[in-house]
Design a protein around this ligand. Structure first.
Ligand code: NDP
Ligand code: 2IT
Length: 449
């Protein structure tokens, strides 16, 4: 329920303009609901039409991506880039390759990215892109030809000072490599136009680990400051088994937690003795296989079809690291019933609004995605800095900066929650803290008459 008349009016406009875009509407509603106290304190935001402007992307690009498969057949996909907000820096955000990608998904991700990037404290605006291309089962050659065709159009809209894409679901080092090569061929320029590059050609150490590690640094700081506790001795469930999940699992274990389950879109594995991460990396990073293969090498583990079942495994800490809306109200109730006290999000918007209500009503320490998973884009920002300096920092240097950034994000979100009169509500705190910086920049930069 949005009580503030200004914010309610803005939301009604968004609903009217973006009919049926349920993920985008969900993301906008959550932010607007969090900003009542802020907007009451700052009438200049309404006077400057800040919210009306913020919910409308600066630019939305949709394009055809045609490519030829291994059988010689022409395939056509749809490509997107949303350049949501550039008030505090060049557009920055990942590219997602997944059959579920559409305008609503890209806009929700781009909108979230604006506030997330602001929270990092680095000068980055918000953007997002991708395609409904399905990388599963495609050969390296097909992936390469798709990425080249995608970049042929995308290259017209990006640049190191304009818009700097990176990875997301379905886009890792291999895809960034093919896209970077194509950009360079087209432009004859070696610039930091993408992040997540290979270490031998401009990438940053610790970028691969950054989102998962950052999630655990945030969780550890929140646990310590809000509960006087840590990961030590805690049972942890991590959903997904991609980039974010793998490095969340690694850092949670390094900090003393015991990760007992992981998943993919087909099902989940439960290993009460603790996940053997080397085996998961072998299956997922080396063989690009399925999580079901894990049980072949681990007699202690069992595999169950259906990914949502993972939330029925008793745990102290849940780290959803797969995709949006993977925890609904029912799954959240099950987590709470089984003793889960902490939910920190590695994925973007993995909890439905009903799930968030369950967390808040039951005193769960809830870390919202735009704060908790900001480590990935933060290290992307550090990759941009290193590219500009023409230097490469050590792993320890980057990891140390990441840790500081995640701690700062926690404290900024916590302090903002206090200022909003809802101490400890990190969702409201993160939305408010991320928003104010962008809003002030928009006011300062004026409106084109
Ligand atoms: P990956 O492609 O490496 O891994 C995605 C994982 O999530 C896979 O295990 C995949 O299973 C699972 N998954 C994807 N879609 C679904 C679905 N519809 N239902 C169930 N499971 C699904 O992606 P990342 O690890 O990079 O991304 C995971 C999440 O983290 C996303 O929400 C992303 O936006 C977010 N994120 C990523 C960042 C990064 O730096 N990479 C930074 C911040 C957030 P399967 O293999 O079966 O598809
Ligand atoms: O959702 C995200 O923050 C990302 N996928 C990372 C974006 C980036 O630019 O590194």
């Amino acid at each position: 329920m949005i009580k503030n008349a200004y914010l309610a009016g803005v939301y009604a406009g968004v609903e009217k303009r973006n009919p049926g875009e349920k993920e985008f509407l969900q993301a906008v509603r959550e932010v607007l609901e969090s900003l009542e106290a802020v907007c009451e304190k700052h009438p200049e935001y309404e006077a400057n039409g800040v919210l009306e402007r913020m919910v409308e992307p600066e630019r939305f690009i949709q394009f055809r991506v045609s490519w030829v498969d291994d059988a010689g057949k022409v395939q056509v996909n749809r490509g997107f880039r949303v350049q949501f907000n550039s008030a505090i820096g060049p557009y920055k955000g990942g590219l997602r390759l997944h059959p579920s990608v559409n305008a609503s998904v890209i806009k929700f991700l781009g909108f979230e990215q604006v506030f997330k990037n602001s929270l990092t404290g680095l000068p980055m605006g918000g953007g997002k892109g991708g395609s409904d291309f399905d990388p599963k089962g495609k050969s390296d050659g097909e992936i390469m030809r798709f990425c080249q065709s995608f970049m042929t159009e995308l290259s017209k809209h990006i640049g190191q000072f304009t818009d700097v894409p990176a990875g997301d679901i379905g886009v890792g080092a291999r895809e960034i490599g093919y896209m970077y090569g194509q950009y360079k061929r087209l432009r004859n320029e070696f610039t930091g136009v993408l992040t997540g590059k290979g270490l031998k050609w401009g990438g940053s150490l610790a970028r691969t680990e950054a989102t998962g590690f950052g999630l655990c640094y945030f969780t550890q700081e929140a646990l310590q400051c809000m509960r006087g506790e840590s990961f030590a001795g805690k049972t942890v469930v991590v959903s997904g088994s991609g980039n974010v999940a793998i490095y969340a699992c690694q850092k949670a274990a390094e900090l003393g937690g015991k990760v007992v389950a992981m998943s993919d879109s087909n099902g989940f594995v439960h290993d009460p003795e603790g996940i053997d991460l080397a085996l998961v990396k072998q299956i997922k990073e080396v063989r690009r296989g399925r999580i079901s293969e894990y049980v072949k090498g681990r007699p202690s583990a069992s595999y169950t079809e259906g990914c949502a079942g993972i939330w029925g495994i008793p745990c102290d800490i849940a780290l959803p690291c797969a995709t949006q809306n993977e925890i609904n109200g029912e799954s959240a109730k099950l987590l709470v019933k089984n003793g889960c006290k902490v939910v920190c999000e590695g994925a973007n918007m993995p909890s439905t609004p009903e799930a968030i209500e369950v967390y808040l009503a039951n005193g769960v320490l809830y870390g919202p995605a735009k704060a908790t998973n900001a480590g990935g884009v933060a290290v992307s920002g550090l990759e941009m800095s290193q590219n500009s300096l023409r230097l490469a920092w050590t792993f320890e240097e980057v990891d140390g900066r990441l840790k500081e950034i995640m701690k700062n994000i926690f404290h900024n979100a916590y302090n903002a929650s206090k200022e909003c009169g809802v101490e400890g509500n990190l969702m409201v705190g993160a939305n408010a803290a991320g928003f104010i910086k962008v809003a002030d920049a928009m006011v300062a930069q004026g409106i084109a008459y």
